[in-house]
Design a protein around this ligand. Sequence first.
Ligand code: ADP
Ligand code: MG
Length: 900
Amino acid sequence: MANNNSYKNGGVKTKSISSSSSFSFSGGYKSKPSSVNSGPRRNSTGSGSNSAGGFHKDTPSSGVSGRVRVAVRLRPRNNEELSTDADFADCVELQPELKRLKLLRNNWDSDTFEFDEVLTEFASQKRVYEVVAKPVVESVLDGYNGTVMAYGQTGTGKTYTLGRLGDEDTSARGIMVRAMEDIFAEISPEIDSISVSYLQLYMETIQDLLDPTNDNLSIMEDPKSGDITLPGASLIEIRDQTSFIELLRLGEAHRFAANTKLNTESSRSHAILMVHVKRSVKEKDSVITNENGNSKSHMNRTMKPPVVRKGKLIVVDLAGSERIDKSGSEGHTLEEAKSINLSLSALGKCINALAENSSHVPVRDSKLTRLLRDSFGGTARTSLVITIGPSPRHRGETSSTIMFGQRAMKVENMLKIKEEFDYKSLARKLDVQVESLIAEHERQQKAYRDEIKRISMEAKKQVTDAEKSYADCLEKERLKYKKDCMESIKKLEAQLAVNQIKDDSLHKAPNRELIEVKKLLQNETLLRKTAEEEVKNLQNQVTQYKRSEVAGNAEIAKLRTMLDNEVHQREKLEEEISMLQNQLLQISFDADETRKQIESGDHSVDMTGDMGSLVSPIRHPQIKYSGEQEKGPVAKLFEQVGLQKILSLLEAEDPDVRIHAVKVIANLAAEATNQEKIVEAGGLTSLLSLLTTSEDENIHRVAAGAIANLAMNESNQELIMSQGGISLLAITAENADDPQTLRMVAGAIANLCGNDKLQLMLRAEGGIKALLGMVRCRHPDVLAQVARGIANFAKCESRASTQGIKSGKSLLIEDGALPWIVKNANNEASPIRRHIELALCHMAQHEVNAKDMITGGALWELVRISRDCSREDIKILARRTLSSSPSFQVELKHLRLNSS
Ligand code: ADP
Ligand code: MG
């Protein structure tokens, strides 16, 4: 057996014993029970286990587990012993603090034994319960089977230890009573159940102490679980301690009666109390495991049936252990004696087998061992109390009892918790729940229907009340209004009466007034209607306007764009106009100047007055000079003498006459109205011929002035040309020394230069050369006329080129005018400078002239003009000209590159 090794014959043991009992004992000391099993399912420290037997103790406080717990209790000396054995010492000596017991063989020899507990004659019942039974009871409450047994010689106190009820003295209560007290304290009476059987085993017959009619109960063993049951035995469910005490009392009474009947003693029988404890387990306490070893506490909680733990506590008050054969004197046969003690000796044999780890445990040999199979040899924990007496006279029995205890201490076992699912109770519980839920549902439905009924009744009542109060109110209001109405009618009737009286007093007058007012009203109504229609119309119009406004806006936007364009265009045109106006202003200013000069020239032919501003033909040379009073004689002369006469005087012998006649003609020619008459009368031809026929330079000068005036007219210009006027004027210029003469000739040619049709002829007849010839006279007036002529010519030429009439380079360049032009382009006299600048601009507009102008130095002058010219229009013209000519651009770039 497992614990063999843990029991050693140490030095304490003074002498080995050799007992005659059937138990073989190799006992000894062990310093302390060291093998502690911490869990109910584990074996102890033993090297093996026996599935069939052994007790062990598993409460944490005990410190001992895995085997039968054995305590020894010594009964105090009784009266008899006190007197009889007064001179003898006790056969045992207890060392409770060492848990040892010395069995004295004689005065000098003893054997020492160790037990789990050594209880002296002074040990209280309470203490005995606590060390012997309480751990077993706790274990039963945890769902194990447990057994508490008392073994010992008759009269050593087994019944005292186990079965005392403690009626008179509560401290005397024995293990059965205290165990039940603890059980009741622990369980929940509402859900747990306790049921009890109480049996007696005598001569291998089991009697029911709670029902004596059951006098031969059979033992059933569940082949699967190994559970032992006694189907015929009373199983009384008890609810409290009192009923338990009653049961014990009853059982005791029946035992006494049975023993009397059988003519035996209770010491020969075994009393067996079986307490079945069935407890519901809180889920967390459950240790039931499924096949995989996982805790079933994880099962679906709602469907999980309650777990019930079933524990069985068996308390066995064994028959006296004294050998029957020894006490054969009591009148039993040997067979009887054997039968009486069969169960007890079978128990001893089983314990022996278990203690020695034998392969065969003879459980089936007796009813007792069969009955205890699931509570001793199988799965229970067991406490054994062995009771001994102190008397040396019974040393043999005492020794035998001690050996029994020692053997039992070696019995180990595996515990098995008795826990199972109580499906039936779950089903019952669920049934109850379902039923109660159905009932509750029905109740609620009923309550619900009642409530609805009540509410609808209430609502109906409220509606009725409301309708009634509404009808009341309505009636009240109706009456009130009726009353008010009546009162109003009365008032109105009174008013009417008063009005009628008033009406009567006013008679017809008010009627007329009324008619008038009515008419007015009608008129007003008509007017209003008309006005309304008007408003409607206007509204329509507004709508239409609004519609057209949208379209109009688009139009406006378009027009605005156009307007902007126009404005832009206009601005451009205005710019041009202002430029032209400037030119015009300058021209008219120059013309005025010229006229003044001419006038002053006519007044004194010889004078060399300022004629520098002569830019236009002389128009009124005489008139201004002579004034209105002076005009009279000439006109008068003209009328009196006649033009023909005056013209004829040009060929008079007398040079004075001739000169005067020329002067008169010249004066007349200044007047535009006369010019035609003069030309018709052949005056122009006469004047031209005077240039060659006369030697007198004065005549030449005045005649040239007259021709110049006539040359203002376009048709006269053609006439002059056709009569060889250029040649004549050229010859005159060639021969003249007087600057005034040259000025007149130059003025005449300059006028001719302004005629587009006569360009080629004028040049062919030497007009340009004549002009250039006259520059020998450095008089600014002459130079101004030359410059004007050149400018006129350049302008016409440019126009012809632009129109495609002319091709090739400028005739002015061909005739060598360029050097003079360049030279005088920056002449300090503004009339000269101005005309030359214009001429240069005209010439420069034609690419064909560019090369000559560049080589001739005209480009520089143009650049200067474009930068410095005081006349803004000319400046702009020069700039435009420069920028539009590719040749000039190339040259300018080239020059800039060079200069940089
Ligand atoms: P058994 O059941 O073993 O035959 P009993 O319990 O009947 O023995 O005890 C025999 C007598 O001894 C009884 O009168 C009992 O009161 C008394 N007795 C037994 N044990 C004690 C004890 N520990 N203290 C006092 N009296 C005891
Ligand atoms: Mg007894």
